[in-house]
Design a protein around this ligand. Structure first.
Ligand code: PLP
Length: 579
């Protein structure tokens, strides 16, 4: 519906982009506005008096106006531009003074992004407050029973409630309008992180009555490095600024300064003018289209939900109902907004039988962009007792074909991962490694022969079956290696170097490495080589070996680091002659 308004998809028609919760593609009006600023009125704002400087200032302030309209801010002065939600929350948490705090507790939701946890940890230490967590269900849902428990936590001892309007890890939409109304009755300061809401559902800060509302440009079709902090006037007057420097003062001496009023008080230094102008264009696009976007995303979410629910071996987390379409006439009515159990166009799930990173690696090869991991919500993953999820997130440019292509690619991926071991050639490197010539190292040979990354992955999956698995009881902290986007374990067991990872691809790489180690450390007769030869094996460049097999270019940074760590662990064992 909106896809043709996003030049990215004209340039990359083959790409299925389902990672909009991480960042969105840019709307054509945003690209045009940023480009026009650079080409026609590139100057800094609020200072020069020449024509293009005035023009730049005008465009910058018009963007403030468009942003104020998007969220129904009572005045433009309550819209502060900065680098994004992270900076906004840091500004609030670090700028609160003791007289602004009315209670001893900071309440946060279990699903908060790290950006809405870490600044509060600092504040709690600075002012001696405690942090209390609002729970979700065991499946990460927020329904009537979680809401009822939450309401009970909103007592007079709570100074600050910091929560997302929509969870980035689960898609849950939280009924912030009702919650802010209850929080106001207890004089609780409310900080709402709207980063994942702003591009998907109508936002009305006046109706919500929150004290602060923050979001980032890059999640709403605008550039990276720009964002918004909305605040109620009284709070903005009292809040101390975080960025001290040019433009934010009325008077400065060597020992003292007087600050401007909001918003300039918080916009010290040269701002991201181009980014702000782009954000203004995105705000206009969203203001004009948000109801149509919401309706479009609801229908795609239903399609995605049906597709995932039909497939076996998938466990969904978070709210699963499509979000309700807001009736514009109801906005403003105190009870019009309580919607429990609803989600934006985002699904978060795990596989019963497969490692997330294996599935993701195969999906990436099929041009599906999505995200696996903890999504910067590590405490949530701990509470749910999982390492992470696969997250599929929709934007206004997503269409039916994208969902269908994803579901089809998912089927192929799971079939590849499910492949029956019996029909594969079982590789036993131990038996076959008997030469110092790489050509007869079967795993290395097969990987070298494989053409294309798909086939190489297939070979790694096959190789995973040849790994001498470290027994479960030895998968302990003593032998763990972190950093492969999942833990792995390496140790000698029965005089044999063994390893294990939940990821089949990592198991394949470990099998490949151990095949090489075995070649260098075991004689033709099956005995261990001399200490000197063992040292030589410890000095061998295993990463270069993987590179020569053309494996390394496709490793993510996390995986690359993890493999380096695994190699270091193997080398340490060789040096120690560890048994
Ligand atoms: N809050 C939520 C809910 C998010 O999803 C994100 C980014 O993923 C952030 C905060 C941080 O946003 P930024 O990195 O743009 O500051």
């Amino acid at each position: 519906m909106f896809k043709n308004q996003f030049p990215f998809f004209t340039n990359k028609p083959e790409q299925v982009y389902l990672d909009s919760a991480a960042t969105t593609q840019k709307h054509q009006s945003v690209i045009q506005a940023v480009n026009d600023y650079h080409c026609l009125s590139s100057a800094t704002v609020h200072r020069g008096a020449y024509a293009i400087a005035n023009e730049a200032t005008l465009l910058y302030e018009q963007a403030r106006d468009s942003t104020a309209q998007l969220i129904n801010s009572p005045t433009v002065e309550q819209i502060v531009f900065n680098s994004g939600a992270t900076e906004s929350i840091n500004t609030i948490a670090s700028g609160l003074q003791p007289h602004m705090i009315n209670g001893r507790k900071i309440l946060i939701l279990a699903s908060e992004h790290h950006a809405n946890i870490l600044p509060w940890q600092q504040l709690s230490k600075r002012l001696g407050l405690s942090i209390e967590v609002v729970n979700l269900s065991a499946q990460g849902q927020f329904t009537q029973s979680e809401y009822d428990a939450f309401v009970k936590q909103l007592d007079t001892n709570v100074a600050i409630l910091a929560m997302a309007h929509v969870s980035n890890a689960l898609g849950n939409i939280y009924p912030v309008e009702d919650i802010c109304r209850l929080a106001r009755q207890q004089r609780i300061l409310t900080v709402i992180d709207g980063t994942q809401a702003i591009a998907h559902i109508p936002v009305d800060v006046e109706n919500m009555g929150c004290d602060f509302y923050v979001f980032s440009g890059h999640k709403m079709y605008a550039p990276t490095g720009v964002g918004v902090m909305y605040g109620k006037r009284d709070w903005l007057d009292d809040l101390l600024p975080l960025r001290l420097g040019g433009e934010m003062i009325t008077r400065v001496s060597f020992t003292d300064a007087e600050y401007q009023m909001s918003p300039l008080k918080f916009e010290g230094g040269t701002p991201n003018v181009a980014g702000v102008i782009g954000l203004g264009a995105a705000a206009k696009f969203l203001k004009a289209n948000i109801l149509a976007i919401q309706q479009h995303e609801i229908s795609l979410f239903k399609l995605l939900s049906r597709g995932l629910e039909k497939r076996k071996g998938i466990r969904l987390f978070g709210n699963v109902c499509a979000c309700v379409q807001h009736n514009p006439e109801q906005l403003g009515h105190p009870n019009a907004n309580l919607a429990l159990g609803h989600s934006i166009g985002l699904h978060s799930f795990i596989f019963n039988n497969h490692h997330l990173y294996d599935a993701a690696a195969l999906l990436y090869q099929k041009n599906i962009a999505l995200r696996v991991g903890h999504h910067c919500a590590m405490p949530l993953m701990n509470v749910l007792n999982i390492a992470g999820t696969m997250r599929v997130s929709i934007g206004c440019y997503t269409d039916k074909q994208d969902i269908q292509r994803f579901l089809h690619a998912l089927d192929t991926t799971l079939a590849e991962l499910d492949e029956n071991a019996d029909c594969l050639v079982a590789l036993k490197p131990k038996q076959q490694v008997n030469s110092h010539c790489d050509e007869v190292l079967p795993i290395a040979f097969n990987i070298k022969q494989a053409r294309g990354w798909d086939n190489q992955y297939r070979q790694l999956l096959l190789a995973s079956k040849a790994l001498d698995s470290l027994p479960v009881e030895m998968r302990t902290s003593e032998y763990v290696v972190f950093g492969c986007e999942s833990a792995l374990w390496i140790a000698y067991y029965n005089d044999q170097l063994c390893a294990y990872s939940q990821s089949k691809i990592i198991r394949g790489i470990l099998a490949l490495l151990i095949e090489k180690v075995t070649q260098l450390t075991v004689t033709l007769a099956g005995n261990r080589v001399s200490d000197q030869d063992n040292m030589d094996a410890a000095c061998f460049d295993y990463f270069a070996y993987l590179t020569a097999l053309n494996l390394t270019p496709f490793f993510s940074v996390g995986r690359r680091d993890g493999i380096q760590n695994a190699i270091s662990a193997i080398k340490a064992k060789l040096v120690k002659g560890d048994n």
